[in-house]
Design a binder for this molecule. Structure first.
Ligand code: FES
Length: 105
């Protein structure tokens, strides 16, 4: 398990995302309107659209290519489509606002 520092809470706008690379995987960290953070692989399971460029609505993101909807809390694609993304645990240091994610492996 690797715990990585990826930035500060203030670096991500509400309903926005920040991306970064871990080895050859691009990860997108989204901030929802309730302030919670969710980290997912930045690659739509349909045809690889960059989810960080999609629109956040509630707890889901709409893929910018063909509008699949993906739940950012668990990485699951909403029906009638089907699929799942890798998700990563996020932590916020309450005092400093620094953000960490945990990568298995
Ligand atoms: S690539 Fe995301 S919906 Fe097609």
């Amino acid at each position: 398990m690797n715990r990585l520092h990826i930035g500060h809470l203030a670096d991500i706008e509400e309903k926005g995302a920040r991306t970064f690379m871990v080895e050859d995987t691009e990860i997108a960290v989204f901030k929802l309107s309730d302030g919670s953070l969710h980290a997912v692989e930045n690659r739509c399971p349909h045809k690889g659209g960059k989810l960080s460029e999609g629109m956040v609505c509630g707890t889901s993101v709409h893929c910018p290519l063909h509008d699949w909807k993906i739940d950012l809390r668990n990485g699951k694609v909403h029906e009638p489509d089907d699929g799942c993304l890798n998700t990563y645990k996020t932590e916020i240091d309450g005092a400093s606002g620094e953000i960490y994610i945990t990568i298995a492996g």
